[in-house]
Design a protein around this ligand. Sequence first.
Ligand SMILES: [Zn+2]
Length: 377
Amino acid sequence: MEKSITPNQIKQNNRSLIYHYIYKNKSVSQQDISYDLRLSRPTVTTNLASMEKEGLIAKSGLINTEFVGRKASAYSIVADYRVSIGVEIVKKEAKIVAVDLYGKSLGRTICDIIYEYKESYFKTVCDKILEFKSTLGITDEQLLGLGFAMQGLVSPDARSMLYGRILDCTGLSIEEFTRYLPYPCTFIHDAYCAAFSEIWVSPGLTDAFYISLSKHLGAAIISKGRILVGKHGHSSTIEHIQVEPRGGALCYCGRHGCLETLCSLHVLLKEGESLDSFFEKVRKNEPSFSERWKVFLTNLARAINLLHLIYDTDFILGGHLAPYLCEEDLSFLYEKIAELTPFTEAPDFLMLSKMPRHNISIGAALTYIHAFLNDEI
Ligand SMILES: [Zn+2]
């Protein structure tokens, strides 16, 4: 038998509808809410008053309205009613960012510290996070939690590292951080964070293969607006697909010829080289640089073709490389893919990331914001 909806659920539903309407439209009048949501004025007034009292929303000046001849009070959400912190842990740095309920960065800092599986490391990083929190004036009540973006696979309960060869952090427990941080904390795979940021800035994005082209290669499958994790948590770990098992370069996983050894920036760039200096020479057509770039793109085309044969969808090219990619590079990729693939395909499935910078640390923070907006409002 179908359960009937209770008056409390209706009240909660109305409150949630009103909050999300204000969130989406940024600055609205009571009349707008009442008209667009088909809710009675008293229902809207009561909900606005209670949410204003709790600090979830606030009046934000006056607004023109079609429904009355004078200006009406405008309501907006209080964007920093709750905030969250994302921390990206990489070998030589911990990148820390705080975001509000719109995902807007409230501040960012980098702690130059070499990762070590040592108590002194975890304490130093946590001290830096607490200092950052205090500098921004974030209260304990405001802070939803901290997401740690990790280069490796995370356990289903997000509390330990199942596989972390880049940092040598396999087996690491979240308790190494939570013993100094009395807030909810979780580990999140860095590729997941990057894809999460991409979905956040592209609300219409439902299906895509996201490829993160940074120092290391990473990927995530986005399906129906969600990121596929898989039965054992290692969906989309394309970096370890062996394409040159014999004679290929050694991957950090211990095998040879993985895509990581062909499509990551630590392979493209030489010691001490930056993306800026590399592309300056590529765009000036300096032969040795152009050649190296073409080899890289050809390998990337092999990877994309392989994945495209498995999952026929759009491919979003993200990571640190994304801002340097131009139309000419995409055309080259399409050409190479056309040579490899058995089908004639329209060149309409390669996209550039809309959020190539700070996407991992912000993505780690956004998971808490997303949960708050969807579960608690
Ligand atoms: Zn590998």
